[in-house]
Design a protein around this ligand. Structure first.
Ligand SMILES: Cc1cc2nc3c(=O)[nH]c(=O)nc-3n(C[C@H](O)[C@H](O)[C@H](O)COP(=O)(O)OP(=O)(O)OC[C@H]3O[C@@H](n4cnc5c(N)ncnc54)[C@H](O)[C@@H]3O)c2cc1C
Ligand code: SF4
Length: 510
């Protein structure tokens, strides 16, 4: 077991985006922090950029088996490392729209209002963009919410193939814009703008993931200790159930407990729910945090996602970094469309082997033929909170994701529409793949925050309503999935919670 000091102000479970941002800000404010991570540092090595290692051999994916709603086992595409899922993320670091913070009517129901307005949240987005080192162009997204100034870095720009498509889209009246991206691509930066970013880890450490931007700087303050290869099994409470007194961890097959004053679960939306469910005791029979609302683990969301290849039969696509453009023209309802459809953004350049890993019936040579000639897109629509979509523990302890997709009509409409648009700009062959339960990359909603303990698991500062010294700061708190990538919002909320703790709970304890 790594050396652990006698006293920490805060114990954080999970060194991903939420945990990393909490550690970073708390340490900057002078707090002593212990982080406990089940994984280790991801090695920087040639395999980081190998399609075979990443997609076929699944070298870096968690070695776990979960079950779907019918009890069918599957291997989730999730990653347990310092930096969490962001080690493999596409680095799109976007703000949710102002409308996402309000009640938003969808074809299939309602996305609820957040406890904060966009205006209240915006200063924390400023700080989150600075922490993540986001590149972008203010004012380019036609539905961008108000912001206080420019992005920390200018946009990385499009390569000629993507710029040509942007031109054609503009000629059709659409308003493509540079996707805000967090990679180290500016004067003096380490990024070489390669084709293996989205879905891969960066061999050069040039992706602005949680390890690079949040956790390593936090450790450099000497106020953060990080314990690796240590899985937190349970949270233990005092006899009243109102305070967490310790966590039970497993390392090298040994079980031990670690005490503390303030605990933060940042294990990710699925694993935080699992941890709180697994910690059920006499005072919290349905899991810690479930008493007031019966919502722990419920409202699981992960977006409706489709990958699309738009293929030109004769022209090769020579692009390297393709994830530079997005389109939000279909994000909100308007006069022509009574409900929101979602966002379209460039996907990291697909290679044949990435596709055959899932579509085994099509030979790799054929997929390579398509992939060399395709422009690739990620089409993402909001799925809505439903209490029956939930994370559960089966009697044998296996994680079960009981999820039935909803709001699919809007998603299918967007996929169809984007296919038509791609055909009209010169890509006659459209190949799509809908993402299934194994793709939990945008998991969220399993411990929603809100102003009413009867309808939320967490208060607006992510404290568990039922417990005095437990917070959940990761994608769990999101009350709606929105139609956009979640990581920047997780960082922004962590900044907000850290500021709150430093100004209240931790300063009172000092
Ligand atoms: C391929 C891919 C592409 C993506 N692209 C984007 C993108 O472009 N933009 C975007 O915004 N988002 C993207 N995402 C999603 C983004 O990475 C996640 O939203 C974000 O990482 C979630 O942060 P988190 O703090 O909730 O959880 P995580 O970052 O997953 O962190 C959870 C951490 O807790 C650890 N942990 C779990 N259980 C335990 C336990 N019991 N004990 C100790 N430690 C534990 C895990 O190992 C992990 O390190 C992508 C994700 C993937 C996988
Ligand atoms: S594009 Fe840049 S940040 Fe992304 S993997 Fe390549 S070198 Fe790393």
């Amino acid at each position: 077991m790594n050396a652990i000091d006698n006293h920490y102000d805060v114990v954080i479970v999970g060194a991903g985006v939420g945990g990393g941002a909490m550690a970073n800000r708390l340490a900057a404010g002078g707090a002593r922090v212990l982080m406990i991570e089940r994984g280790n540092y991801l090695p920087r090595e040639a395999d980081n950029w190998s399609v075979k290692a990443v997609f076929h051999d699944r070298k870096y994916t968690a070695k776990e088996t979960w079950r779907d709603k019918d009890g069918k086992p599957f291997h989730p595409s999730t990653f347990y490392y310092v930096g969490g899922n962001s080690k493999f993320f596409g680095a799109a670091t976007v703000r949710f729209r102002k409308e996402d913070f309000e009640v938003l009517e969808h074809e299939d129901g309602i996305a609820p209002a957040w406890p904060w307005s966009y205006e209240e949240f915006a200063p924390f987005y400023d700080e989150a963009e600075r922490l993540m080192g986001t590149h972008g162009t203010a004012g380019a997204d036609p539905i961008e919410p108000p912001r206080s100034g420019p992005f920390p870095h200018p946009t990385i720009g499009h390569e000629p193939e993507i710029e040509a498509i942007a031109e054609k889209l503009r000629a059709k009246g659409l308003r493509p814009f540079p996707l805000p991206i967090a990679i180290d691509r500016h004067e003096g930066g380490a990024c070489i703008r390669c084709a293996t970013c989205d879905g891969f880890a960066c061999k050069l450490g040039a992706k602005n993931d949680a390890e690079v931007r949040l956790i390593r700087p936090a450790i450099a303050t000497n106020r953060v200790d990080l314990v690796l290869d240590t899985k937190v099994l349970r949270l233990l409470t005092d006899p009243t159930g109102k305070r967490i007194t310790a966590i039970e961890v497993e390392q090298d097959g040994q079980i031990r407990t670690i005490g503390g004053d303030l605990f933060i679960s940042s294990a990710g939306a699925i694993n935080s729910a699992v941890l709180l469910l697994r910690s059920a005791n006499d005072q919290h029979k349905g899991g810690i945090g479930n008493n007031s609302s019966d919502l722990l683990g419920r409202n699981y969301m992960a977006h409706n996602n489709t990958a699309m290849m738009a293929v030109h039969p004769f022209r090769k696509n020579g692009v390297t970094f393709q994830k530079s453009m997005a389109v939000n023209d279909f994000y909100l309802a308007n006069n022509h469309r009574p409900y929101p459809l979602g966002n379209v953004q460039g996907l990291g350049k697909l290679q044949g082997g990435m596709l055959t890993a899932n579509m085994k019936i099509i030979p790799e040579w054929m997929m390579n033929l398509f992939a060399k000639r395709s422009v690739d897109w990620w089409i993402m629509s909001e799925d809505l909170p439903d209490r029956n979509n939930r994370v559960l523990l089966d009697p044998d302890g296996t994680v079960r994701i009981q999820y039935t997709p909803n709001n699919e009509k809007a998603h299918n409409e967007l996929v169809r529409k984007w296919g038509q648009i791609m055909r009209s700009v010169g890509y006659p062959l459209i190949i799509t793949q809908r993402m299934d339960i194994t793709v939990s990359m945008h998991q969220c909603g399993t411990a929603v925050f809100g102003r009413d303990p009867a309808t939320s698991v967490l208060d607006p500062f992510c404290k568990v309503w039922d417990v005095d010294n437990l917070y959940v700061v990761d994608a769990s708190f999101l009350p709606s999935s929105t139609g956009f990538n979640p990581s920047l919002t997780i960082v922004a909320q962590a900044v907000r919670v850290a500021e709150h703790l430093l100004g209240n709970t931790l300063s009172a304890a000092a």
